[in-house]
Design a protein. Structure first.
Length: 265
């Protein structure tokens, strides 16, 4: 059965390489001082110095993270920037490997983290689609139908057969969004509820994304939009400093978070 189980998962990033030991200590000292000043907001992970190894600065982005997500769960991730939401999504997607602990994911995963990830600026929109289709392992009959869908949905006109380097940023996002929302996974992972383009495209994008969300067994989305989370999620995980601060029914956690934001103003 489709599920996500994390047990005591931690993720540590080395920050500084190749500098002198004295410089590393200086940077660490200043960074630690800065972190202490903003610690009230719990922004970012814990910093330390790898004295026994390379001596580099380490940031623990996730610390002792435990969570179980099962079929039917629509989980929203909330918290300040730097709380670890995107890092967690990347661990769930298999982009980052945990430094410690166990990550058990059962089901076909698909991550909507960067809508333009994997696209080649030297290739045309059509060529990028065909490359994407190869990576998905689509059949020839599926490729033909989906190619027409992507061409119409992205609304690029003649630019669909021109190199991406000639696209505006909005055009690139539209194509990336069209490609990224082709798969129908068991587990859908999203970083922010991204929309792009004019109002007409935004309406199309919302409908397409809604269909994708409905077909997934598990959805995990990081967003600052509480209205989006209320619409799509039945469970909220409030993250702080790479850990879980609260986890429970969506409305209960969102009300607590709104109260927290009011007091912080």
């Amino acid at each position: 059965m489709t599920h996500i189980h994390l047990r005591d998962v931690s993720l540590t990033f080395p920050v500084l390489h190749g500098a002198s030991r004295s410089l590393k200590k200086t940077v660490f000292s200043r960074a630690k001082s800065s972190v202490q000043k903003i610690r009230q907001g719990k922004v970012g992970g814990t910093m330390s110095l790898d004295e026994a190894g390379s001596g580099c600065l380490l940031v623990q982005a996730l610390s002792g993270f435990n969570i179980s997500i099962n079929s039917g769960d629509r989980v929203g991730l909330i918290g300040h920037n730097g709380a670890g939401k995107t890092t967690l999504l990347r661990v769930l997607a298999g982009i980052y490997e945990a430094s410690a602990g166990r990550v058990d994911v059962e089901g076909k995963r698909h991550a909507l983290i960067d809508p333009q990830a994997g696209m080649n600026p030297e290739l045309t929109g059509r060529e990028n689609f065909r490359l994407f289709a190869l990576r998905l392992g689509l059949k020839k009959s599926e490729v033909q139908a989906m190619e027409k869908d992507v061409e119409e949905f992205s609304d690029l006109g003649l630019f669909f057969d021109l190199p991406l380097r000639l696209y505006s940023s909005g055009m690139g996002v539209r194509l990336g969004f069209a490609l990224a929302t082709l798969p129908r996974p068991n587990i859908l992972l999203m970083d922010e509820w991204f929309m792009a383009g004019d109002q007409r495209f935004q309406n199309k994008a919302e409908q397409r994304l809604s269909s994708m969300v409905s077909s997934a067994e598990i959805v995990v989305v990081a967003s600052h939009s509480l209205s989006v989370l209320r619409t799509w999620c039945n469970r909220i995980v409030w993250m702080e400093g790479g850990c879980i601060k609260m986890d429970g029914p969506a409305e209960d956690i969102l009300e607590a978070y709104e109260e927290f934001l009011k007091k912080a103003q």
